[in-house]
Structure formats: C-alpha cells, structure tokens
Ligand binder design. Sequence first.
Ligand SMILES: Cc1cc2nc3c(=O)[nH]c(=O)nc-3n(C[C@H](O)[C@H](O)[C@H](O)COP(=O)(O)OP(=O)(O)OC[C@H]3O[C@@H](n4cnc5c(N)ncnc54)[C@H](O)[C@@H]3O)c2cc1C
Ligand code: SF4
Length: 510
Amino acid sequence: MKTLRLLLGDQLNEAHSWFSQINPEVTYVMMELGQELTYTTHHIQKVVGFFLAMRDFSQRLRSKGHNFIYISLDDHNNSQDLCLNLNQLIAKGGYQNFEYQLPDEHRLDQQLIQFCNSLTIASKAYDTQHFLSTREELNQHFKGKKTFIMESFYRMMRKRHNVLMDHETPVGGQWNYDAENRKKLPKNVYVPNPFLFDNDASEILALLKNRNVKTIGSIKNNALLWPINREQGLQLFEVFLNTFLPHFGDFQDAMTEEHWSLFHSRISFALNIKLISPKEVIDRVENLYRSNSDQVPLSSAEGFIRQILGWREFMRGIYWKFMPEYASMNFFNHQRKLPSWFWTGNTKMKCLSHSIGQSLDYAYAHHIQRLMITGNFTLLAGINPNEVDQWYLGIYIDAIEWVEITNTRGMSQFADGGIVATKPYISSANYINKMGHYCTKCHYNQALKTGPKACPFNSLYWNFIDANREHLANNPRMSMMYKVWDKNSVESKNQILEQADLYLKQIEEL
Ligand SMILES: Cc1cc2nc3c(=O)[nH]c(=O)nc-3n(C[C@H](O)[C@H](O)[C@H](O)COP(=O)(O)OP(=O)(O)OC[C@H]3O[C@@H](n4cnc5c(N)ncnc54)[C@H](O)[C@@H]3O)c2cc1C
Ligand code: SF4
C-alpha cells in the first residue's frame, strides 16, 4: 500500500524501527515550515540547528535508499503550513495510507489528530521509540494521582529499568546524592573548554535572511557549534564522559562568569531532537561508573542519570497529564511585563547580565542559571508566566514546549501551584553568592537589603514572601521563612518593602 510517513524536525531517531527496512511503497516527508518559525521568536542558533540537522537526516535516509521528500523553506510549493502541505502531497502522490510519529508537543499532536480525522485515506500514529516511557505508560502511572513527586517517579524508573540497582537496593545504599551536588567552584579546579563543532551555517543563514525570519541572539562566524547528526551527538557525549563527568556531580549547581557551561554535558539539543537516546546515555554512564568508580564517583553518575531517567521523563508525564490547561496556569496571578533587558542582557545585575548574555551568545545556560538566576528573578518580580515562557521557549537551543513549559511554568515559576515543585525555587543574594562568583563583580552589594547599592534579590525576596503569605504560609517548607520575616520590626519590614517597591517601579533601570 502506497504510504506517506511524516517526520517532524525533532524526530531524527535513526534507530526507529521504521528505518530497519527499505520499502519502495513508503515515502518519508520532512518540512521546513513557516508555522514553526512564528509560534515564538526563536534563537538564530536554534533555527539553524534544527534545519541543519533535518537536512543531514534526510540525506542520510536518502543515501540508504529510502524514498524521501524534503520541503525546504523556500520551496515554491511550500505553503508553510503542515496540513496544507500534507494535503497537497497526498493528492498528488496517490497515497492510500498516512503515518506519523506521535509529536512531543500538544499543539502538533492536536493539529495531526484533526488532520487525520479529515482524511479519506487510512492513517496511523506510532511511538517515537525514543523515551524510556511511552505516553500510555506515563498516562497509567499518573492516573488518579493527586500529588506528583519526582523522587518516587525516579525510584520507580530505577527499578523498572534496572538502573544503578544491586538487585532490589540502589547502588551505594542511597537513592539520591543531591546533597553532594552543591559545591561552589574553587579557584584551583581546572575547567576544560567546552567541546564545540564548526558546522557551516552560511546557507541556512542566507535563507533566513532572504525570507526575513525574525530571530533573537547571535551566531559567530557563520558556524554552528552544536551537534547536527548522530555522530556529532555521540562525540559530544563521549567528550563529556571522559572530561567533564567526573566533576559534574560536585559542581552541578555552581555558577561562574568564567565558564558558560562548566561541567555540564550540553547534550540536551541532541537528546531532544532524538539524535541520541536517553537509554544509551544512561547505560554508558552506569557502565563507566561500574567499570571505573575511581574516575566517576557515584554522586556524579547518579546525579547525571537522575536528570535524564528522573526529571526528563517525569516532566514529559506532567506535560501530557496537564496540557492544555497547564499553559495558562498563573497561581500567583503575576501580570508584570518582562523587562526589555532580558533581550539584551543590559542590566547592572552581574548574575543576570551574564546569564542572559551567554544565552544570547550560545543559546544555552545551565540549569542553575535558568532556575536560580533568570527564573528566580522573574518569579520574585512577579512577571507574567506567559512572558517568561515565551522567553525560555525562544532562547534555548533545547527548548521544545514539553520540557520547556514544565520547567518554566512549573519548576521555576510555581505557576502550577505546586504540581512540579513542592515549594517555589526562590532565593535572596545569599544563595547566589554562596554558589557563584558573580557578586564580587556586581554593581550591587549582596549583603545589603536597602539603599541604592542593595542587591535587588534581597528586597524582592522578602517582598515576595510578604505578598504571598496567603498562598505559602501553610507550606511546611516555607513556614520557617515566615518566622524569620516576622521577627523583623515593622519599621525594618517597611523599609525592605519600600525598597522592593522602588526597584519594581524602576525595573527597566536595574
Ligand atoms: C526555567 C527552565 C527552563 C528549562 N527549559 C528547558 C528546555 O527548554 N529544554 C530542556 O531540555 N531542558 C530545559 N530545562 C532543564 C535543564 O536546565 C536543561 O535540560 C539543561 O540545562 C540542558 O543542559 P545540559 O544538556 O548541559 O544538561 P546537564 O546538566 O548536562 O544534564 C544532562 C541532561 O539531563 C536532562 N535534564 C537536566 N535537568 C532537567 C530538567 N529539569 N528537566 C528535564 N531534563 C533535564 C537534560 O536532557 C540534560 O541534557 C529548563 C530548566 C529550567 C529551570
Ligand atoms: S549582588 Fe545581587 S544582583 Fe549582583 S550578582 Fe549578586 S545576587 Fe546578582
């Protein structure tokens, strides 16, 4: 039966069973679409990364003998709309069957369900064969649950997939070594330079320029430093294993102006577009730990595996459980606009200028910069989560809604009222100073709460605590902060709140 199979730009899984045989009756199609360039404003490196990887993937499948249609952005038959293009192809090609892999985004999922309902030919959806849990398994796991705790999900996944287990017990006797993942970077620890590619981006850049595609951020020397095919994804991961993993655990939460990715793996883009699989990554780390625990401490191996087997799969479960309602949750009813310096990095606050600046330069910030610098600030300043989401969805190379929105709206902004996090991830300058090197070079003074040099994080922190008493005072993990706040005199509280009020009024000038 003549079959048309759709592949989306983040479905570049060469190991999918679809490709195990060459079938002359089957034609694959992949498209560069205007509709995907306009639902948010993307970082230039993100658009280039997707298009280069998609083009590379199509050439590989073609060279293996598969029928492959690739519709480029400037193809004169490209309507820029997924369904219109599919309708044209089906009408012209005389296909009797349409197949696709389940999208990771709710938006595309709905679009394809509606499209299939409108078809007069047969259609079928397949699993992407990328994640450790299928959408149905996640659905079953979360069914009927009222609370969603990542740690219990993670333990279940460790047992189910037999990862870092000695029979029924976790390797080392503990499930979680999070407490060992919180060291500041000392001066004497050598941090190697990040491993970068030099993929030629000139053709795509010219294409985007010709078509006036609006993007953010920059790309240097027409070269994309991110992986665009499986070999590069694996190469990046191998470098991480040999060079960065030994220190990953210790300095997972550290921040410094000197190094933009520290000991992090930077494999999220390769993973999210499915060039490499979470299973192979987890297996490789576990094998390395088991064969050489002198080189790879358990805290590093477990800390890394937890992010992928735990957080990444858990967030996907939350996404499918709560979408589409999740996208409009706003627990604190925050309404303030995102300051314009989020698009330039021009702020006197060193931690923010560096985290935003490197995001514009590299389409990347590591987890703690996303959570405890940019996310912490937007939550304390009461920025509307819609604006925060759009920023995160656009700026990062790895930003695809299922993993972006759950991290942003859930983990970082607590806009879901505590589905993902048990308490808001907020801090004053104290934490930022403890975990990073930013404060010593800042215009503001991390020790001050009031006055023109006072660090904005301090007064905004207490202002947030004060303003959200109704929502948070009964949270057992927050009650301590209310006790501390209430010990202040009325006068001192007023001074701090006035300082916060002033900073919020002058947010553009901070
Ligand atoms: C506000 C906010 C927004 C985020 N947006 C995204 C996003 O759009 N896309 C994205 O992939 N990650 C997102 N994350 C999670 C995390 O910050 C990135 O996965 C990580 O920084 C990617 O860099 P890395 O590959 O060097 O990660 P490493 O620190 O080396 O971690 C290894 C891998 O673990 C996985 N991982 C780690 N933390 C998480 C997490 N919280 N949720 C899911 N997977 C995780 C990633 O696949 C990552 O590649 C976000 C986090 C926050 C706080
Ligand atoms: S003093 Fe405040 S604003 Fe400056 S770097 Fe430290 S935490 Fe950030």
